[in-house]
Design a binder for this molecule. Structure first.
Ligand code: TXA
Ligand code: MG
Length: 556
């Protein structure tokens, strides 16, 4: 099927020509065809709402589940009594104030008039009057209410331009009307008026606060803020689907903008994609970034949110992290679309949470420093232990190791001695092993940190900086000590000769190296482990305080 394209972006020109295009588009609807139409919210996929066969074709073209009802689009409240019964006066109050505009009302349905394909068998119907001159003219010309879900393929982000519609629907529908990019960018607000108080089923282009100012209290349906469990039925059936979703998994990071940006910086890897406010784009030079607009302008964020999600479908990113506005005004709708895209996988950027990276050579006092952090209530993540756990359980790591070091996984059990022999005296093999380990350790640590609920973490890693794990930390700290002190400590601790102690130290990276790479240095010249632990505790206490203050300022 060839999809006709009607360019109606400019309605100020030749009136005859415009009238002809509108008539041709309306004819498609009258003949039972499907038409992509512009509205102020998102593009719709329209059919004659009184023609059950045409309506069924909408479900086919979109691949939409049959149990998800459609919205009836009309040109004004005078159409309500034709399709609805028991209309509360409130419906007219709302229509007078907000129509045409991004408000959909759920009302009792005249089931003998409205095809059950539209209502998916419910005894209610969703009605709205879109605020777009071209579409209003087409509906008027067609003389019928228009059934129109958003024009995207089911499950994909909604379309905010005619090009988006063609991307999903070219060849499947009779025509698309280009009325320019959508002014609002998120779908209409859905308000159920069949209950008291009215209930918000979907946040959208009309802020909840505007509704409440006019009609008082409104209940917010649970499906707006959380994912629906197995067997749960949201009142707007469409809210149960993982929706608006790009191919890569999405994580939404909430919190004050400065805070969430920093948290995302901590979470991203080189193959991540980022959706962030304009002010923070520069923080992600290595990632594919889509700007959501200024953090203070939710109208722009609403216009851009679907486009940002949609563009990631053409990209090879492996995961997407998105900043999220607060839920005032249009923020509720923008945040809801992002969270639905994420399957409600949300991470809170916590302004209290501090992650310290601790590194240093043997005998310098790392163990006492970590004990000081435990004394302050912190949780230590021992990367060496994590690595060994992963060697047992992490199939991705094991399979990469098996490929690079054939034979070390013979019989499914890791032959550590063999692996050790392979890398012992060959630098390039050791580098190769480290590459593999670091590649897997990073995501695992990010996962542990994002799932952890503690306020203070210390990441303990010999290779903190080389592995890239330092990037997950608010500060990296090198624990260093004068050489002669280290020699004596190791001798006493491990009961070894001076010569062997010196040999061990010289096989490691120098203090100089750690000092240059880390954010701060904790030097251990104390006489005893106990004395150093007290010093370290004091040092960390001040550092943590400073980091929290900085975070609060940037959250400001
Ligand atoms: O802004 C909009 O509303 C756009 C444009 C094209 O007008 N349309 C739109 O349609 O978003 P759609 O089909 O993508 O979303 C309609 C939502 C679905 O979640 C559906 O479950 C809900 O409205 N809905 C429809 N009829 C309903 C009813 N009788 N009761 C409860 N929810 C209903
Ligand atoms: Mg939709």
């Amino acid at each position: 099927m060839q999809t006709l394209y009607f360019d109606l972006r400019d309605t100020k020109g030749q009136q005859k020509e415009i009238g002809d295009k509108i008539a041709a588009a309306a004819k498609i609807l009258q003949d039972g065809g499907l038409l992509g139409i512009p509205t102020e919210t998102v593009y719709g996929l329209a059919a004659n709402g009184l023609d059950a066969a045409a309506v069924r074709r909408i479900f086919e073209a979109k691949g939409r589940p049959q149990d998800n009802p459609l919205i009836f689009h009309v040109t004004g409240p005078q159409w309500l009594p034709r399709y609805c019964v028991d209309i509360p006066p409130l419906a007219y109050v709302l229509a007078r104030k907000f129509w045409p505009g991004p408000l959909t009302m759920i009302l009792k349905c005249r089931t003998d008039v409205v095809p059950s394909a539209i209502t998916a068998g419910l005894d209610t119907v969703a009605v709205r009057c879109p605020d777009h001159p071209v579409t209003l003219a087409i509906i008027r010309e067609a003389g019928r209410p228009v059934a129109a879900p958003s024009a995207n393929t089911s499950g994909r982000p909604s379309c905010t331009t005619a090009q988006d519609v063609l991307e999903d629907m070219d060849g499947k529908i009779e025509g698309v009307v280009d009325g320019g990019p959508c002014a609002v960018g998120v779908e209409s607000t859905i308000l159920d008026l069949t209950c008291d108080p009215p209930r918000l089923l979907r946040p959208g282009g009309l802020p909840l606060e505007d509704l409440e100012r006019l009609i008082g209290r409104i209940d917010v349906d649970q499906a707006v803020t959380r994912s629906m469990g197995e067997g749960e039925r949201p009142r707007a059936p469409g809210m149960k689907y993982r929706h608006y979703a790009p191919k890569a998994p999405v994580t939404v990071v909430t919190g004050a903008p400065g805070q969430s940006a920093r948290e995302i910086q901590r979470l991203v890897g080189p193959t991540s994609g980022v959706i962030c406010f304009d002010e923070y784009v520069h923080l992600f030079p290595e990632q594919e970034v889509h700007a959501l607009g200024p953090s203070g302008d939710k109208s722009v964020q609403a216009q851009r949110v679907f486009d940002a999600l949609r563009t990631f479908d053409q990209s090879a990113v492996t995961e997407i992290f998105a900043q999220c506005p607060d839920s005032q005004g249009l923020g509720l709708a923008v945040g809801n679309r992002l969270k639905k895209a994420a399957g409600f996988h949300v991470v809170e950027a916590d302004s209290e949470r501090v992650v310290l990276g601790i590194t240093g050579g043997t005998g310098a006092g790392k163990t006492s420093a970590l004990q000081a952090i435990r004394d302050l209530g912190g949780t230590v993540i021992d990367c060496d232990a994590v690595y060994h756990e992963m060697l047992q359980q992490d199939e991705a790591l094991r399979s990469d190791l098996g490929a690079a070091f054939p034979g070390v996984l013979a019989g499914g059990k890791l032959d550590r001695q063999r692996l050790g022999r392979e890398v012992f005296s060959r630098k390039e093999r050791l580098d190769q092993l480290n590459d593999i380990v670091f590649r897997h350790l990073g995501p695992e640590l990010r996962r542990r940190l994002s799932e952890g609920k503690e306020l203070l973490y210390a990441v303990d890693a010999i290779n903190l900086m080389e592995s890239g794990l330092g990037q997950l930390c608010d500060r990296t700290i090198a624990v260093t000590a004068p050489l002669e002190l280290r020699v004596r400590r190791i001798m006493a601790r491990d009961q070894i000769t001076e010569e062997y102690a010196r040999l061990r130290i010289s096989a490691q990276k120098t203090d100089e190296y750690y000092r240059n790479k880390c954010d701060c240095v904790l030097n251990n010249a104390a006489d005893s482990a106990e004395a150093f632990q007290i010093e370290a505790k004091d040092f960390f206490q001040r550092l943590i305080q400073q980091i929290r203050e900085e975070k609060q300022r940037s959250a400001g």
